[in-house]
Design a protein around this ligand. Sequence first.
Ligand SMILES: [Zn+2]
Length: 251
Amino acid sequence: MGVFRDWQRRRVLKSARLDEALWSKVASTLAFLRGLTDEEKVRLRELVFLFLAEKEMHGASGLTLTDEVRLSIALQACLPILNLGLDVYNSWVGVIVYPGEFRVRKDEVDENGVVHAIDEGLAGEAWPGGPVILSWEDVGLAERGYNVVIHEFAHKIHMDGGGDPDFPAERPGMDPEKWRQTLEASYQRFCTEVDADRPTFIDPYAAEHPAEFFAVMSEAFFTESAVLARDWPDLYGQLALFYRQDPAGRG
Ligand SMILES: [Zn+2]
C-alpha cells in the first residue's frame, strides 16, 4: 500500500487547486488556526487536500454537502494530525454529516445486567474502524473549548490507534508510565471537581468516561490551549507529546 499510496498522494497534491476565498472564509471562523506558522499552514493545506481526496463524505437527512461544509470539516479534522500524518486515519473512509442532532437508538447493558433502550440526540459519533458522524449545526457551534469535529476525531485517533477502552496508547518516544499516570490522575481530579460542583472551564461531560475525558481535553488542547496549559500543565505537556504540537506556544 505504501508506495502506491505515496504516488497517489503526490498526484493529488500536484493537481490540487485551492479556492483561496473559500479557504479564508472557512479559516476565519476557526480562531485556533491563527497561530500556525507559514510552514504549518502549507502542511495543513496538503493534509486537507489529501483528506478530501481519500475520505468519502455524505450528507444525510437532506443536508447538502457544499464545498464549505467539506472544507470546514476537513480543516478541523486535520489539525490534530498536523504532525502525525494522514495515515493515522487510514483504517476508515466515511464521514456522514446530518443537518442537526441525529437520533440514536440502542440498547445498553448496565452494571447489573439490565438492558436499557436508549434514544438520544447526538452532535457526533465515531465508530471503531467505521465512519465519523457529525451534526453540521453543532459543528457551527464551535467555540473556545468546544469543538465537535476535534472531539470525534480524537475518538478516532484513540480507538484506531491502540491503547485500551479508557485511553490511547502513548506515542513512540513517550514515557508510557507518565502518559498513563497523568491521564488517570487528571481524570480523577476532574471527576472530583465535577462532583464538588466546582466551576470548571471544561465541559463536565468529560467526567462520563476516561475516553470522553481524553476527547474533551483534546478539544481544549487545540481550542483553549493557553488555559489548559495554565490549569492542567502536566496533562497539557503529555498531550503536546502525544499530538506532537504545542498550540499554547503559538503566537
Ligand atoms: Zn465523545
